[in-house]
Ligand binder design. Sequence first.
Ligand code: RB5
Length: 149
Amino acid sequence: MKIAIGCDHGGLEHKNAVAEHLRERGFEVDDFGIYEQKPVDYPDIAVKVTSAVTSGNDELGILICGTGIGMSIAANKVKGIRAAACSEHFSAKYTRMHNNSNVLCLGGRVIGVGTAVELADLFVDTSFEGGRHQRRIDKITEIENFKEN
Ligand code: RB5
């Protein structure tokens, strides 16, 4: 599985740790930055990571900012993206199982590096359950399509 990852200045340490951990586990990780501690605008990174996911180049994305919220708001503006801001294990697992989320958003100022790594593991290791949940996602897609009209 290929995973796209990116962060702003609120999540650099977490991003580097998660990327390194996933690579050690054998995943191919596309790192869209940032690569040094300097202020950037998180939507610019969200666009890069979500584009990698919607194009099919990467199966899942991980975005890290200070809260995880700005990244999730930006990512969810992109058609086909279901981004979830998570700070605990249950949500990171169930957003894959029930929402088929394809982008995990984490807050570098909310959780520690160790928790970020654990949540990333849960996210990439959990599969969508389908069934009744697919019907609900289809309804989200209908809303997404309606917005374009
Ligand atoms: C940057 O200071 C901060 O606003 C950003 O990382 C994020 O928390 C926004 O949601």
